[in-house]
Design a protein around this ligand. Structure first.
Ligand SMILES: *Cc1c(COP(=O)(O)O)cnc(C)c1O
Length: 355
């Protein structure tokens, strides 16, 4: 129950066995069998996430690749980043590494940037949000993102939903691009990311390319588009993971996204209650409306989290340590669709009983 990679989705094993039987690992990425897989995965994801028709959906190697590709394709001079932890900071740093003018508004770990105080210059082309900061368990409410959209209607808005999709009920008409990796809430082996971007992004990428700016060679927006029209990818992709993602998204559609969200609400409430009840731990995120629904972080005295981790491990649960500087005084519990109510209730009991 670490927040990514995490336990596989409970149907993944059966789909893996079918994939081996059907020799999915050996098919050509230029075959009609692959085109069918591509179409199926894309259709199921569009339904699950309620993705509008003016959005393209591309397969990447992971979310980290989307950081680089989005900056190469959508930013000529300047990006603006809301930084509140390790993942949002890394997006900003990649912009610096690519030679862009990377501006940011930063808050200490545990908070989210107050959007009412944001000063974003005229020159900024893309504003980058991290919906769910996996390193701290802080969640930026979508309402904040939509308010920034209203204030800056001409700028592109990028949203990291890596550890919150598909639980995150994102209104894609109020942003321009979003992305995730499959080893978080989708419960699949790592090595695949999904990048969703609208027509405004496609146009911007075309403008940069026309002006001779390097937009990322084989994974530029234009090379993706050329292949996407025939349900293919520029390179030999992770066919097996694309297949599994389609199957798991289909299972999630069958279960119903409303049901998945309802369960996530219940399970996260149970975990936060347990942290409140504990004598030795508290929820790291103080402000309830900024608490992540999918990555629940508990804080305690420095060096004491080992006891909690080993106590849970004795009962069969492997949960996450703190991230980076918080390694020894945080625990991070993944609350993903594959984690059952029963498992979460057991963990909550173990946490609440004094520790
Ligand atoms: C895990 C994670 C990433 C990076 O994903 P990779 O699959 O390692 O590229 C980016 N953003 C957030 C919020 C994450 O949790």
């Amino acid at each position: 129950m670490t927040p990514g990679p995490s336990e596989l989705y409970f149907t993944a094993e059966a789909h893996l066995k079918t994939a081996i039987r059907k020799k999915i690992g050996s098919i050509s990425h230029r075959s009609s069998a692959f085109q069918d897989i591509y179409k199926h995965t894309s259709t199921q994801l569009r339904e699950l996430l309620n993705l509008p028709d003016n959005y393209q959906l591309f397969f990447t190697s992971s979310a980290t690749e989307v950081w680089e590709r989005s900056l190469q394709n959508l930013v000529r001079y300047e990006s603006f980043h809301l930084v509140n932890g390790a993942f949002s900071r890394r997006y900003r740093d990649i912009s610096v590494e690519l030679g862009k003018n990377a501006l940011s508004a930063e808050v200490a770990d545990g908070g989210v940037v107050d959007v009412d105080k944001l000063l974003i210059p005229e020159t900024t082309e893309m504003i980058c949000f991290t919906h769910n900061e996996t390193s701290t368990g802080a969640m930026q409410p979508f309402e904040d993102i939509y308010r920034i959209r209203e204030a800056f209607p001409d700028k592109l808005i990028s949203v990291d939903v890596v550890s919150s999709a598909p639980d995150a009920e994102l209104d894609f008409s109020k942003i321009d691009m979003a992305y995730f990796s499959v080893q978080k809430c989708f419960g699949l082996p790592a090595g695949l990311g999904v990048w969703m971007l609208n027509g405004k992004c496609i146009e911007k990428a075309a403008t940069l390319e026309k002006d001779g700016i390097s937009t990322g060679s084989y994974h530029s927006v234009s090379s993706y588009l050329k292949k996407a029209t025939v349900f293919q990818t520029p390179e030999t992709p992770n066919v097996l993971d694309i297949y599994l993602l389609g199957k798991v998204a289909e299972d999630m559609n069958t279960k119903g996204i409303l049901q998945i969200r309802r369960e996530t609400t219940y399970k996260s409430a149970v975990l936060y209650q347990a942290l409140e009840a504990s004598k030795t731990m508290t929820p790291f995120i103080k402000e309830p409306k900024h608490r992540s629904r999918t990555v629940i972080v508990g804080a305690m005295e420095e060096g004491t989290n080992e006891q909690v981790l080993s106590k849970l491990e004795k009962s069969g649960f492997v949960i996450g340590k703190g991230y980076g500087a918080h390694k020894q005084h945080h625990i991070r519990i993944a609350n993903f669709p594959t984690h059952s109510k029963e498992q979460i209730e057991l963990i909550a009991d173990l946490i609440a009983e004094n520790s």
